[in-house]
Design a protein around this ligand. Structure first.
Ligand code: SF4
Length: 258
């Protein structure tokens, strides 16, 4: 894909502008793939099986082409709207990335959310035997042709996928929200804030995780204490995020909330 193709895609009314900025990046489960330019671009690359191989030279060449095109477009547009890239570069040189990273990472919400993925991994590790037993049980039910066996199996697989997908998305979206808000980027109060949009994705991820853990409890009632512990951890995090970002849930995500 070259610069002109990219510009043409950008003007195509089929695509919802910016939809990919506030999604959960789970394209496999997304209802908006045909409205998403990002998805279409990645499809163009990955439909070629050769480029689908992440270690393939063509893949990296494509990425480096995309970077070059993006930089050309930035340079063109900056000139058109009177932005001095040299000045921006000097400002960027003054910006201490490591300090910013440390500051964001040490925010209480980051400390709280960063422990969640490990807690989830520990829970699955501690309950390996339980899952093995469940697999044996469901196989026996299937042999007996008992009703709902397949549905139970599918539901359990979905629950595990949801929990694992969102466990790392929560801290990463929060990182963007906190980092963006605290980086002293001038944001116009009349416009929706990117930090609120990112925070909303984190909050939705928590809601879906809570729903998934609740369903997990139905499958493993014997694990009530440990699952309740996780539910409390998520509910507490959700409340703390809402206190810190009270406008997050009112953010209108392109496509999803319109
Ligand atoms: S909007 Fe949907 S298709 Fe596009 S990047 Fe996000 S999850 Fe993937």
């Amino acid at each position: 894909m070259d610069k002109e193709q990219l510009k043409k895609m950008g003007k195509d009314p089929r695509y919802i502008k910016g939809i990919y900025n506030y999604c959960d990046s789970w394209c496999e489960r997304c209802n908006y793939t045909s409205f998403c330019m990002n998805y279409q671009m990645s499809e163009d690359v990955y439909t070629d099986t050769e480029t689908g191989d992440i270690s393939n030279e063509k893949f990296w060449n494509h990425l480096s082409d995309a970077f070059r095109i993006a930089m050309e477009m930035i340079a063109e547009d900056a000139e058109k709207i009177g932005i001095d890239l040299e000045q921006l570069k000097n400002e960027a040189d003054d910006y201490d990335v490591e300090e910013e990273f440390e500051r964001t990472n040490n925010h209480p919400l980051m400390i709280e959310s960063s422990s969640y993925p490990d807690t989830v991994d520990d829970w699955f590790k501690n309950n390996e035997v339980l899952f093995e037993e469940k697999e044996v049980e469901l196989n026996e039910f299937a042999e007996l042709d008992l009703p709902d066996t397949e549905d139970n199996f599918i539901e359990l697989t979905d629950i595990i996928s949801v929990i694992n997908w969102y466990k790392t998305l929560i801290p990463s979206k929060l990182f963007r929200a906190i980092g963006g808000r605290d980086a002293n980027v001038e944001e116009d109060d009349d416009y929706p804030k990117d930090s609120d949009g990112s925070c909303k994705v984190a909050l939705i991820s928590i809601e879906r995780s809570i729903a998934a853990w609740h369903k997990m409890l139905n499958h493993f009632p014997e694990e009530e204490d440990s699952i309740l512990g996780l539910l409390i951890q998520l509910a507490r995090l959700m409340n703390n995020i809402k206190s810190e970002f009270p406008n997050a849930m009112s953010f209108v995500r392109p496509g999803f909330d319109e």
